[in-house]
Ligand binder design. Structure first.
Ligand code: G
Ligand code: G
Ligand code: MN
Ligand code: NA
Length: 254
């Protein structure tokens, strides 16, 4: 309960910060994008991971100011790193509650516009469970975001209780294969390979990009590459790092 009052202040007092995890082109190893992950530098408890405070933030509605801050901060960061590599994009996680809010569009437009970031350089990551609540209002909001040029990724794909039919309705641009599937690759488990292969084919049929999440080992890297996934994310390519460290991994254009 005390943590709630603390979190209320944390946004205003600049106690939140972002780490960025690279998303690479599997063929070349080049960093194509980075996922922003929020951390809270609590004055007494030290740095708190999202699982320590996001559930509380979602219960109390404080997730809205948190996610708003994250969107703005990530857009500013992306505008900075695109000076080094103009192709690089940024991905942010969006809570289900935010999707139900009419001001999401205004927040996103203000953040990209204010940072001078093209809309197509911002990806919103939504979980299946957030999308499955997919009322017509939510679907309409997603379509508006798409019309602005914003990219929509379905996060942790394959783990929610959704049916495949919703792929026909959600205006997504990308599937992120959940790391629980990727973690079983590189063992003798043929079913793991078949699962990731199926998701990759499905994505191709729907003209969606694919990110294999949670790639940790060389064997997993070899498997997702053989399957034909285009992008990868995971400790094998890089852990979440602060912005200055991420910048050193980008190839300067000049
Ligand atoms: O590294 P990691 O522990 O950062 O992230 C744990 C979980 O927290 C992930 O499932 C991620 O989607 C979620 N998460 C991280 N940052 C944010 C954020 O800024 N907003 C929301 N809504 N979720 C986030
Ligand atoms: O749910 P979402 O995909 O947004 O979660 C991102 C989370 O996954 C972050 O907590 C991040 O630290 C974690 N993560 C990223 N790469 C790896 C990996 O290779 N292995 C494991 N175990 N976790 C990872
Ligand atoms: Mn994510
Ligand atoms: Na994910």
């Amino acid at each position: 309960a005390e943590l709630i009052a603390d979190l209320r202040r944390a946004v205003d007092e600049g106690q939140l910060h972002l780490e960025y995890q690279p998303i690479v082109d599997l063929a070349t190893g080049a960093v194509r994008s980075a996922e922003a992950l929020v951390r809270w530098r609590h004055p007494r408890l030290g740095v708190l991971a999202p699982e320590r405070f996001l559930p509380l933030a979602e219960e109390t509605g404080l997730i809205l100011p948190v996610d708003r801050w994250v969107i703005h901060e990530a857009c500013r960061a992306a505008a900075a790193w695109r000076k080094r590599d103009p192709q690089v994009t940024v991905a942010v996680n969006i809570a289900a509650a935010h999707l139900r809010r009419p001001d999401l569009i205004a927040t996103v437009t203000a953040a990209t516009g204010g940072a001078g970031l093209p809309a197509r350089a911002l990806t919103l990551e939504l979980t299946e469970s957030a999308l499955i609540e997919g009322s017509d209002v939510v679907l309409d909001r997603l379509r508006q975001l798409r019309e602005l040029g914003i990219q929509i990724a379905i996060d942790d794909f394959g783990t929610g209780y959704s049916s495949l039919s919703y792929l026909h309705r959600i205006p997504a641009t990308e599937l992120k294969v959940d790391r629980s599937f990727v973690s079983r690759l590189g063992t003798e488990d043929a079913r793991a390979y078949a699962t990731v292969d199926m998701v990759n084919r499905l994505a191709a049929a729907f003209d969606l990009a694919v990110v294999a999440e949670g790639v940790e080992t060389d064997a997993q890297h070899a498997a997702v590459t053989a399957i034909g996934c285009v992008h990868g994310q995971g400790f094998r390519y890089g852990r979440p790092v602060a912005l200055p460290e991420l910048l050193t991994t980008l190839t300067p254009v000049d």
